[in-house]
Design a protein around this ligand. Sequence first.
Ligand SMILES: Nc1nc2c(ncn2[C@@H]2O[C@H](COP(=O)(O)OP(=O)(O)OP(=O)(O)O)[C@@H](O)[C@H]2O)c(=O)[nH]1
Ligand SMILES: [Mg+2]
Length: 311
Amino acid sequence: MAEEKKGFFRRLADGLTKTRNNIVSGMDAIFSGFSDIDDDFYDEIEEILVMGDIGINATTAIIENLKKKVKEQHIKKPEECKQLLINSIKEQMQVGDTAYEFEHRTSVVLVIGVNGVGKTTSVGKLAGKLKDQGRKVIVGAADTFRAAAGEQLAEWANRAGVELIRGSEGADPASVVYDAVCAAKARKADVLLIDTAGRLHNKKNLMEELKKINRIIEREYPEAYRETLVVLDGTTGQNALEQARQFGEAADLTGIILTKLDGTAKGGIAVAIQSELNVPVKYIGVGEHIDDLQKFDADAFVNALFLSDDV
Ligand SMILES: Nc1nc2c(ncn2[C@@H]2O[C@H](COP(=O)(O)OP(=O)(O)OP(=O)(O)O)[C@@H](O)[C@H]2O)c(=O)[nH]1
Ligand SMILES: [Mg+2]
């Protein structure tokens, strides 16, 4: 377990190298370049955070928190602010205790997002993880729009050793969801994971389809604990925020899966998303292997962002 964790942290730290270089080199210059903690010092930190895609909301909150701590602890030297700053960012990113409750309940997890962000891959990885934890998992392939989508999910389901419910190409996604819910109830599954299409004929269709899927689940499976995860591609920076906002209008988002953090300079978006939308990042993806999807750990993430060379 400790080994596995270390392995993932290494991959996370390696994946975030570009993001770290973006943020940390500027930070270190500020901490060593300033002799006093003054407005200019805070302005420079603010600029680096915003440039690092951390977002205005989160940056403002982080700076306020830093100022408060500096005052309370009578800090005088800029370099002493580094750890305080790291702690402020960690505090911004804590995920609540109930974030993963669905893993222990009879639940339906709906996975949504635009095309190509990593929905199917994430559903496959999650199925494997939950199965390993001894949960009975069923996967529903509600992406009937793209010909290869069902096949791709079938491979993941096969690898994970879980049952897949799918419809024929072009079938009504809501009818696949209906069938999947029936199967989950009949087989007494613990978790039903539903993969959805990232693209339909147009965006309005996509959102309407999601609402329809939601109505089916509510009607047919009201006793199930609900989780709706929007998948966002970490390389798309601020666009990811906009996507999450749009999906938030069609569904009650309960969490975010942030993928492709390996090799992006925009990893700071994880901080922005959480504070701008008030929806927690629950999983992060740092590669295409099954082990490359992990629960979000604020401490590990922020350490990887700032301190990789020290660990
Ligand atoms: N590097 C990297 N690649 C990823 C990650 N997650 C997914 N991918 C890759 O991104 C590509 C798209 O992933 P899919 O899971 O097919 O995305 P999708 O959202 O289901 O796409 P559509 O079904 O077309 O909407 C695949 O090549 C995945 O292997 C990640 O965390 N890191
Ligand atoms: Mg897909």
